[in-house]
Design a protein around this ligand. Structure first.
Ligand SMILES: *[C@@H]1O[C@H](CO)[C@@H](O)[C@H](O)[C@H]1NC(C)=O
Ligand SMILES: *[C@@H]1O[C@H](CO)[C@@H](O)[C@H](O)[C@H]1NC(C)=O
Length: 487
C-alpha cells in the first residue's frame, strides 16, 4: 500500500520570526519579478526559436498566472490520470558564438562612428547614433544560460499547470511527481525554477528551500532521452557534422532575399556591404529579440528591420530548423524514437495500473529539454508538415507554411500528453482517452484532426513507430562494405 506523502517539510514548522523574515526576503525577491510594462515590437512574431512564450500565448500578457483553460480540454465524466510533459527551457542568454558575432557587429559600428560623416536623412543619422550608443552588455560567461525571465517562465508555467490539473498535482500525488532534465545548465535551472513554482503551489507564501530539500524531485539527468540527437551516430555524421547537409540554409544566405536586406542595412549603417554578411544580420535581428525577451527593453536594432525583412529572417531560421531538426532528413525525427517510445511506455503503465485499480505510480512526468528535443518528436508524429520542402528557392511559396518554429517552439514551449479515464465508456478500450497540448492549447491529433482520441486509436495510428522504430537501429551508420579494401 502506497502511503500518501503529505507534502510537508521542515519549513512549514519554522518559528514565526524566521517565517516573517523569509517572507520579507521573498517579497523583496519578487518585486523585480513583477511584469514590466509590456514592451512589444512589431517584429516579435518572426523571432523563430527566440520568440517569447507570451507572444505565442498573448492571454498571458495580461497576467502570467492568469487562469487560462482551453475550452477543448475534457472534463465531466473524464478525469485526467496522467500527464507527461516535455518542456523547453525558458528564456536564455545568447550563446558564446552569438555573443562573438554581436561583438563583431558592435566593433563595426564603433569604427563607423569614429569616421562619421553624418550623411543620410536625420532619421537614419539618429538611428546610427542610437546603435553606436547601444551598449554591448552580453559577456562570454552568459553562454546560453537561463536568465531571470526564464526562471519566471518556468515558475509561472508550473503554477498554471498545477491549477489546470489540480487532481494530478494534488497533495497526495506530490511525492510521485517525476522530473527528468537534459544536462545543460539552462535545462537544469529550468527544472529547478519549475520546482520552485510547484513549491509555491503547495506552500503559498513560504520561500522555497533548496531543490534537494523539497519533497518532490530532484530532477534526474537523462541526456539519452532529452538530448537524443547527441547520441545518434547517423544524425551526427549525416547532418550535424556534414558541411553540405544545410545546403539550403547556406544558399538562402546568399540568395536575393538576403542580399536585399544586406544592402539595405549597409546603407542604413553606412558601412560597406562587404563588411556585413547574413550571420551578422541575423544576430543583429536577434539582438532585438534578446533585449526584448531578456531585459524587456526595445533595442535600436528593432528599428533597423521592417516586417518584410523580419519575414525573410524568420525563414532563414526556419530553414535551419527544418533541415536540422524537422522534415529535411528522415534521421532528424527518427532519432527521437527513444523519447517517443518512452512516452507511450509511461501511458501504457498508467493504463495498466488503472485497469487493476492500483494507484498510478507516476501521475506526473515533467521532462526538461530543448527546441531540438521537441521539433524532431513533433515531426516524427507528423505535425507541421508542409506539402513541399522548405528550400532556398521557394521563400514566396512558403509564406503560409505550417513549419514556423516561433509558433511551435518559443522559449518555455511545452508538449503535454494527458491521459484520461472516462466513466460510461462503451468498451473497456474506450475508457482511456488522450489529448495533446502544445503550449497549453489543445493540439488536434495528426490522424483525425480531433481534439481527443481513444488511447487505442492513437497507438494504432503510431503502431509502425511503436513497433519498429528502435533508436539503436535507426541511428546505426550503414556499415562500410568490404569494397573499402580496394587497393
Ligand atoms: C551530407 O549531406 C549530403 C546532402 O544531404 C549527402 O548527400 C551526403 O551523403 C552527406 N554526407 C555524409 C557523410 O553523410
Ligand atoms: C556489400 O556488398 C555486397 C556486394 O555489392 C552486397 O551483396 C552486400 O549486401 C553488401 N552488404 C552490406 C551490409 O551492405
Amino acid at each position: 500500500m502506497l502511503r500518501a506523502p503529505r507534502c510537508l517539510s521542515r519549513t512549514s514548522v519554522a518559528p514565526a520570526a524566521a517565517l516573517a523574515a523569509a517572507l520579507l526576503s521573498s517579497l523583496a525577491r519578487c518585486s523585480h519579478l513583477e511584469p514590466r510594462d509590456p514592451v512589444a515590437s512589431s517584429l516579435s512574431p518572426y523571432f523563430g526559436t527566440k520568440t517569447r512564450y507570451e507572444d505565442v500565448n498573448p492571454v498571458l500578457l495580461s497576467g502570467p498566472e492568469a487562469p487560462w483553460r482551453d475550452p477543448e480540454l475534457l472534463e465531466g465524466t473524464c478525469t485526467p490520470v496522467q500527464l507527461v510533459a516535455l518542456i523547453r527551457h525558458g528564456t536564455r542568454y545568447p550563446t558564446a558564438k552569438q555573443i562573438r558575432k554581436l561583438r563583431q557587429l558592435h566593433g563595426l559600428l564603433q569604427a563607423r562612428r569614429s569616421r562619421d560623416g553624418g550623411a543620410g536623412s536625420t532619421g537614419s543619422r539618429d538611428l546610427r547614433a542610437a546603435l553606436a550608443d547601444w551598449p554591448l552588455w552580453y559577456a562570454d560567461w552568459m553562454d546560453g544560460q537561463l536568465v531571470e525571465k526564464g526562471r519566471q517562465d518556468m515558475r509561472q508555467l508550473a503554477l498554471r499547470l498545477a491549477s489546470l490539473f489540480p487532481a494530478l498535482f494534488s497533495r497526495e500525488n506530490c511525492g510521485r511527481l517525476r522530473f527528468i532534465t537534459s544536462s545543460k545548465h539552462r535545462c537544469m535551472d529550468s527544472s529547478a525554477a519549475f520546482l520552485q513554482g510547484l513549491w509555491q503551489h503547495y506552500h503559498p507564501g513560504l520561500p522555497p528551500p533548496d531543490v534537494a530539500d523539497m519533497e518532490f524531485g530532484p530532477p534526474t539527468v537523462n541526456d539519452k532521452l532529452m538530448r537524443f540527437f547527441d547520441h545518434c551516430e547517423k544524425f551526427l555524421t549525416e547532418v550535424e557534422k556534414n558541411a553540405t547537409a544545410l545546403y539550403h540554409v547556406e544558399a538562402f544566405k546568399t540568395g536575393p532575399e538576403m542580399q536585399n536586406i544586406l544592402k539595405k542595412v549597409a546603407a542604413t549603417l553606412q558601412v560597406p556591404v562587404n563588411d556585413l554578411n547574413a550571420d551578422l544580420i541575423q544576430v543583429a535581428f536577434f539582438t532585438c529579440s534578446f533585449d526584448l525577451a531578456i531585459k524587456g527593453v526595445k533595442s535600436p536594432w528593432c528599428d533597423v528591420f521592417d516586417i518584410d525583412d523580419a519575414k525573410v529572417l524568420e525563414y532563414l531560421n526556419d530553414l535551419k530548423q527544418y533541415w536540422k531538426r524537422g522534415y529535411g532528413y528522415t534521421i532528424n525525427s527518427r532519432s527521437s524514437c527513444t523519447l517517443f517510445q518512452d512516452i507511450f511506455q509511461h501511458l501504457d503503465k498508467a493504463v495498466e495500473q488503472k485497469q487493476r485499480s492500483q494507484p498510478i505510480s507516476s501521475p506526473v512526468i515533467l521532462q526538461f529539454g530543448h527546441a531540438e528535443t521537441l521539433l524532431p518528436l513533433l515531426s516524427l508524429m507528423g505535425y507541421f508538415k508542409d506539402k513541399e520542402p522548405l528550400t532556398a528557392y521557394n521563400y514566396k511559396e512558403q509564406m503560409h507554411r505550417k513549419f514556423r518554429s516561433g509558433h511551435i517552439v518559443p522559449y518555455a514551449s511545452n508538449l503535454i500528453f494527458v491521459l484520461y479515464h472516462c466513466e460510461n465508456a462503451k468498451t473497456p478500450e474506450e475508457q482511456f482517452r488522450v489529448q495533446m497540448l502544445l503550449n497549453e492549447k489543445v493540439l488536434p491529433l495528426a490522424h483525425s484532426q480531433e481534439t481527443v482520441s481513444f488511447y487505442e486509436d492513437l497507438k494504432n495510428h503510431y503502431k509502425d513507430i511503436l513497433q519498429s522504430c528502435q533508436t539503436s537501429e535507426e541511428c546505426e551508420l550503414a556499415r562500410a562494405n568490404s569494397t573499402s579494401d580496394e587497393l
